[in-house]
Design a protein around this ligand. Structure first.
Ligand SMILES: [Mg+2]
Length: 365
């Protein structure tokens, strides 16, 4: 396999997430025996073919809005207009909420914050089992609330640590911000919906891991560095333990669905991250992206979220060019994911908030 370039890895991270989400969505609420009963002993082996669209869910939808908020936050900052990235991401999640509350794009222009270009995409208006804390955190906190210091309970849903923090946070690792800032912004923005320290620190760890992989760090090394990073924060212990479990299981046994379930089921943030990491590390055959993605969805847990997070990781590690071409073509929203990946590359590559290639998609408010 030739070494992928940085742009290929950024595109792969977003596209891979969509693919993993689409692979896992049909079996999100099924036990392993049910998956095998319906799909055969190997479980899910691919996406629908013959021109049918492979649907994505809240994981991919929220990831797109995270990227939009992240870009708008930096556009605003670099334009000298003040404000913060978490505030901009808060606005983006208000737009995401609108897609979950109405069935199609509005016919008339809407006032701020409902002015984003993503809102023009009908496919984002599908409601496919969005998480409770994501919905309540966004709908019950229309005004921005500043995040808490790491280790303290956040201001919103203080006891929640569902995987909704991790599954939407890949874009923070795709701006070459440095692993401290990508971790910090992801963990702060995770507090917009989840206040349990594990919930938001696992999101920080995920974003910094995405950044390391996208920068070309070898996966085992990247995971080790990420474990050390999250372990430095008060409240990081559960995430460290889950990641240690992922590494131990990957070292000790051949890849299998049973091994995945020894790592966890993925409904909570640190387990979702740990399963994705396990699948990244365990898949060592000639086609590691396909192998990891299939491992990440065939289990009794939260298959679409573990698939999405694993897809972000393998895409960052191996690039879009390493993803199965027929899956890339089938995944819903694929063109939008690539458009956003290219927007991230343009903005963070040039640091020009009004770069013509951004096409006015990211206003400075
Ligand atoms: Mg989902």
């Amino acid at each position: 396999m030739t070494e992928p370039g940085y742009a290929d890895r950024v595109r792969g991270a977003l596209l891979g997430g969509g693919i993993g989400d689409a692979l896992g969505w049909p079996v999100e609420f099924q036990q392993l025996y049910q998956i095998r009963g319906q799909h055969g002993p190997a479980g899910v082996t691919g996406l629908p073919t013959g021109g049918r669209v492979a649907e994505v869910t809240d994981d991919t939808q929220m990831t797109l809005f995270t990227a939009e908020g992240l870009i708008r936050g930096f556009v605003r900052g670099w334009s000298g207009d003040g404000g913060s990235v978490p505030e901009a991401v808060h606005g983006a999640y208000q737009r995401w909420l609108l897609t979950q509350q109405q069935g199609a794009p509005s016919r008339r222009p809407l006032p701020r914050p409902y002015d984003g270009w993503l809102l023009r995409h009908p496919f984002l208006y599908a409601r496919r089992a969005p998480g409770n804390a994501c919905m309540s955190g966004v709908s019950e906190h229309r005004e921005f609330e500043a995040p808490a210091a790491f280790g303290q309970p956040g201001p919103i849903n203080a006891h929640s640590k569902g995987c909704g923090t991790v599954m939407r946070s890949a874009p923070f690792g795709l701006g070459r911000l440095g692993v401290e800032q990508s971790f910090g912004l992801a963990a702060q923005c995770a507090q917009l919906t989840h206040g349990h320290p594990t919930g938001y620190l696992a999101a920080g760890a995920f974003a910094s891991l995405v950044e390391r992989l996208a920068d070309g760090t070898e996966p085992w090394t990247a995971v080790g560095q990420t474990v050390d990073q999250v372990g430095e924060w008060p409240g990081g212990k559960e995430t460290v333990q889950a990641l240690h479990r992922a590494v131990r299981v990957a070292e000790a046994s051949e890849p299998s669905a049973e091994a995945v379930e020894r790592v966890g089921l993925g409904w909570i943030a640190e387990e979702c991250l740990a399963i994705a990491v396990y699948c990244l590390l365990a898949a060592s055959g000639p086609d590691p992206a396909r192998e990891a993605l299939l491992l990440s969805v065939n289990h009794s847990g939260d298959s679409d979220s573990t698939g999405a997070v694993c897809g972000n990781l393998v895409g960052a590690a191996y690039g879009a060019s390493a993803l199965p071409a027929d899956w890339t073509e089938a995944v819903e929203g694929g063109e939008t994911l690539l458009r956003v990946a290219d927007d991230l590359l343009v903005l963070f590559g040039s640091r020009e908030p009004a770069h013509p290639a951004l096409g006015g998609r990211y206003p400075a408010w």
